[in-house]
Design a protein around this ligand. Structure first.
Ligand code: UD1
Length: 415
């Protein structure tokens, strides 16, 4: 199993580019199932999660090809409706095929996603939305079976903001008969990107950027081509790397509009930021100030940056409180950071981080995608050598993170 060996070094400086957003590409790939023909996605990075989704689409009958950063998906023939356990088990976002399969074939069988390292993650809201659109759902032998002669538009109110359930509902409703309204829909930039892609395919969705989305069902969709949005979580991770450095770091190919709150929190920690159209330069502070954060649905602070921001707070001059309201159990990184001599205590869904003068390199284990990114940042900021095992987690969502960070002065070896 591969590991990262990191020689601590806080002298990062230079320019680091951001890749396309995994969490926008996954739904776009699933959406391709809605229309016969070949759709094309640009700015697609090499990530394990995208390979898993490609594999799943192939199992369903699609042809998927990747050349450089261009992904083509030919969904002319979809001859299976089953998302098997082996793939869903690897990646929860496999549930994104549920809506498109139901809409296109009237039937879907998707393995029930299990638990994961960041706690229980139910899919009840996905199923509630499919049922509201007229699907008959049963759960048997670990599989969700969904059937519908014809989906019919409906008013759907989400009791909780859910990115995944909003996306699945959108993808099912675009081909439903009549009008669907989604209330309390999630409004993450990845939702906007999904709406843009579906509308390019011929869907009629309005309300983008708000929590009420209205979908007028259409008879059929056609293939489309789109440039994928930059990954705001990768951008945020690199900004935090810059904040931990002793020199300025410029993050390029990003969309600063998607990073308003993370930037506000970085400023509060003492960073100066220079914001251009597609880039942000972070000038790190001499003394990092403690800052509290609470993760919330967009435009709140993203839970996917919680672990990385915690690393910054480990070296702050004082105490900060980090609360995760989205995934209350998402603190697996804390025990590992404490092995690097951080001083963090977790009670319920709040971490109390007491800043220390320095972190000290040690052997640690990556537990999930964003926790792994946090450990990489901590390894860079720590004195001495840090060895991170189980780094396959990080390859799920970051394209060659060590190469990108080494290009700005980090010392990370994959072995
Ligand atoms: C997506 C992102 C993930 C991010 C999360 C929150 C992808 C592939 N993943 O995950 O990186 O951390 O948004 O921004 O885009 N919930 C239910 N019932 C459901 C669905 C969700 O109770 O049916 C709960 C979840 O447990 C969680 C909250 O709703 O507490 C938000 O989860 P959701 O937005 O659905 O996250 P994902 O779409 O799984």
């Amino acid at each position: 199993m591969e590991q990262f060996i990191i020689e601590g070094n806080r002298n990062l400086s230079g320019t680091i580019p951001v890749s396309g957003a995994k969490n926008a590409i996954l739904p776009a790939m699933a959406a391709c199932l809605l229309a016969p023909g070949t759709s094309t996605l640009h700015n697609v990075p090499h990530l394990i999660d995208l390979k898993t989704m490609s594999l799943l689409l192939r199992v369903l009958g699609a042809k998927v090809e990747m050349e450089n950063d261009v992904l083509s998906i030919d969904a002319s023939h979809i001859d299976s409706y089953e998302a098997p356990y082996e793939l869903v088990n690897k990646m929860r976002a496999s549930i994104y095929v549920l809506g498109p399969l139901l809409a296109r074939l009237g039937i879907a069988k998707v393995s029930f996603p299990g638990g994961c390292a960041i706690g229980t993650r139910p899919v009840d809201l996905h199923l509630m939305a499919m049922e509201a659109l007229g699907a008959h759902i049963t759960v048997e032998h670990g599989y969700i079976n969904a059937k519908a002669d014809k989906l019919v538009g409906a008013d759907i109110y989400f009791p909780k903001s859910s990115v995944g359930a909003t996306i699945n509902a959108l993808m099912a409703a675009v081909l439903a008969k009549g009008v669907t309204s989604l209330f309390n829909a999630a409004m993450e930039p990845e939702i906007d990107a999904t709406i843009d892609f579906l509308n390019l395919m011929g869907a009629q969705i309005s309300g983008k950027g708000t929590t009420t989305l209205v979908i007028e069902g259409v008879e059929k969709l056609h293939p489309a081509e789109m440039e994928m949005i930059p990954d705001r979580i990768e951008a945020g991770t690199f900004l935090i790397a810059g904040a931990l450095s002793t020199n300025p770091v410029t993050v390029t190919n990003c969309n600063p509009n998607h990073l308003t709150l993370p930037m506000e929190k970085l400023r509060a920690s003492g960073c100066e930021l220079e914001v251009e159209n597609c880039s942000i330069t972070v000038y790190p502070p001499e003394i990092i100030q403690p800052v509290d954060i609470i993760t919330l649905p967009y435009p709140g602070f993203p839970t996917d940056l919680q672990a990385q921001f915690t690393v910054l707070m480990c070296l702050a001059d004082g105490i900060s409180f980090i609360e995760d309201t989205i995934f209350p159990d998402r603190f697996a990184h804390v025990a590992e950071l404490n092995r690097l001599q951080a001083d963090i205590r977790v009670e319920q869904n709040i971490a109390r981080v007491k800043g220390v003068k320095k972190l000290s390199g040690a052997e640690v284990m990556a537990t999930d995608l964003r926790a792994s990114a946090a450990l990489v940042l901590a390894g860079i900021a720590a004195e001495g050598k840090t060895v991170i095992s189980r780094i396959y987690h990080i390859d799920r969502g970051y394209d060659h993170i060590e190469k990108k960070l080494n290009a700005i002065g980090a010392k990370i070896t994959r072995s």
